[in-house]
Design a protein around this ligand. Structure first.
Ligand code: ADQ
Length: 468
């Protein structure tokens, strides 16, 4: 990408780009690239405003421009809480049972994307390269194309792409997939996601897929797998310098020679928290010698707490943690330590480092960055062991972890035991291999490869030829 092109990132939420909170998530991935090129980051402000008062604000921060739009309460309910989190999120995680489709919410989803496009169109320059993130914004490119914008526009899906049998249950699946074909490139986390997308396009719309080119709806686009990574050095530094190191020492003191399992997840039903808690109970049941000697620290900040499905899930998890503690705790030992709060990233790094086992067992996950953060925070001379779900995108390239089926509590419990028993040499060699993978494909490479593929994609034009 030459300097003549400005990078424009669009995501549901913008920032934060400064301070401790900026050290995580999409901000890490994008800020450097945006800063370098005087880029623009566009999205929702995180605020609501009365109808007619929802404004577009722009500000310059560190050489980049942030442009944010307010939503009305009604838009927030129908778009973010409604169609995005109550319908698309469960569907994309293969949970048809939790998927609630409401036509009114779909309309709000369309309208918010329309508003985003209307505001963004005014800010775009002809040479901009636009990178849109995630399922909240599928129709955005189509809306921009309606305004005759011809810039290169790429889309990255952070979640899994479900099988055609599941996607086909969504009433407006065709509308959404057709909208995707207004992009020039679609990036997925794994090659499995790419394959499921290609199969769906063939099966449901008679489209075709050859190599990295997919055709349907009279259009052609490029697809690819771009597995998102982390800033490996930064995370390692966090774990080994103040204050990460301070938290590590403090945790070690509190543990007093006990070993710690750690889980860190947004409180979301896709993350496999219930089965993990149950598996820890099974582990304790089978291994009385562990009693008094291990604890599970589960850090799970509340997320999407206004939705019923999330409230119900939280209650269930509270009960499950209490059940395991009620059954096994002694007056001088509580096996499950359960926190519903977000922690600074440096603190997290210290806690990962102090933990003998990282337990990352989502039922389904696009990638899962916690798995990577846990590995990066370990001491190479005496590393902990990662227990990882086969159904996290991360598993595709982290084969040196102990891979488990997250639906099988017995298997998770066995892996917990195996991790505790593992000899230092095996721990070191597994860790070394995992680190190799992390360093090979870190967040910088993810960003550079996506943008390079987008620049190479053929310029936008509708394909005249009908798909067979
Ligand atoms: P998420 O579902 O949010 O992201 P994940 O990849 O695990 O899942 O990222 C979570 C991030 O939040 C991690 O960086 C983690 O450290 C942080 N975090 C979690 N709990 C925290 C806590 N208590 N305090 C502070 N930070 C906490 C979506 C997709 C994933 C995909 C990512 C990136 O669902 O599959 O990996 O996007 O593409």
């Amino acid at each position: 990408m030459s300097r003549a092109h400005r990078l424009v990132a669009v995501s549901n939420r913008v920032g934060p780009v400064k301070g401790a909170a900026a050290a995580g998530g999409l901000a890490v991935a994008l800020v450097d690239a945006l800063r370098e090129r005087g880029g623009l980051w566009f999205g929702w402000s995180g605020r609501t405003a009365p109808p007619g008062k929802a404004r577009l604000r722009t500000e310059k921060v560190d050489g980049m421009t942030l442009a944010t739009l307010d939503l009305t309460q009604q838009e927030l309910d129908g778009f973010y809480n409604g169609f995005c989190n109550n319908c698309l999120w469960p569907l994309l995680h293969f949970r048809i049972d939790l998927t609630k489709f409401e036509r009114r919410q779909l309309e709000t989803y369309r309208r918010v994307n329309w508003r985003f496009a209307q505001a963004l169109a005014k800010l775009l320059r002809p040479d901009d390269v636009v990178w849109v993130h995630d399922f909240q914004l599928i129709p955005l490119a189509e809306e921009l194309r309606k305004r005759r914008l011809r810039q290169r526009i790429g889309f990255f899906l952070h979640t899994p792409f479900p099988p055609t049998e599941i996607l086909g249950t969504l009433p407006p699946h065709e509308e959404l997939m057709r909208a995707l074909f207004a992009y020039d490139l679609i990036g997925f986390q794994t090659t499995d996601d790419v394959r499921r997308f290609q199969e769906h396009v063939r099966h449901a719309y008679g489209g075709s897929a050859r190599g990295d080119t997919v055709s349907a709806f009279g259009r052609e686009l490029k697809v690819g797998a771009f597995p998102i990574g982390i800033d490996v050095d930064q995370f390692h530094r966090y774990a080994f310098t103040v204050p990460g190191n301070r938290e590590f020492s403090r945790m070690r003191q509190v543990l007093r020679g006990r070993d710690q399992f750690i889980g860190v997840d947004r409180l979301d039903y896709s993350k496999g928290l219930l089965r993990r808690m149950d598996a820890f109970g099974r582990y304790l049941e089978k291994h009385p010698k562990a009693h008094g000697n291990v604890i599970l620290l589960q850090v799970a900040p509340v997320s999407r707490g206004s939705l019923e499905s999330y409230r119900d899930f939280r209650l269930e998890l509270d009960r499950e943690a209490a059940r395991v503690n009620g059954r096994f705790a002694r007056f001088d030992w509580t096996p499950v330590h359960y926190l519903n709060r977000a922690l600074p990233r440096r603190t997290l790094a210290g806690l990962y480092r102090a933990s003998r086992v990282g337990v990352v067992t989502p039922m389904r996950d696009g990638m899962n960055l916690v798995a990577k953060e846990y590995v990066a925070a370990q001491d190479p001379a005496d590393p902990g062991v990662l227990v990882l779900s086969r159904f996290a995108g991360a598993a595709q390239r982290m084969k040196a972890a102990l891979l488990v089926n997250p639906y099988d509590g017995e298997e998770i419990a066995e892996a917990m035991h195996r991790a505790m028993e593992m000899r230092p040499q095996e721990r070191r060699s597994r860790h070394e291999e995992l680190m190799k993978g992390l360093n090979e494909y870190d967040v910088g490479r993810w960003r550079v490869e996506f943008v390079a593929a987008l620049m190479k994609a053929p310029a936008w034009r509708p394909v005249a030829r009908k798909p067979r």
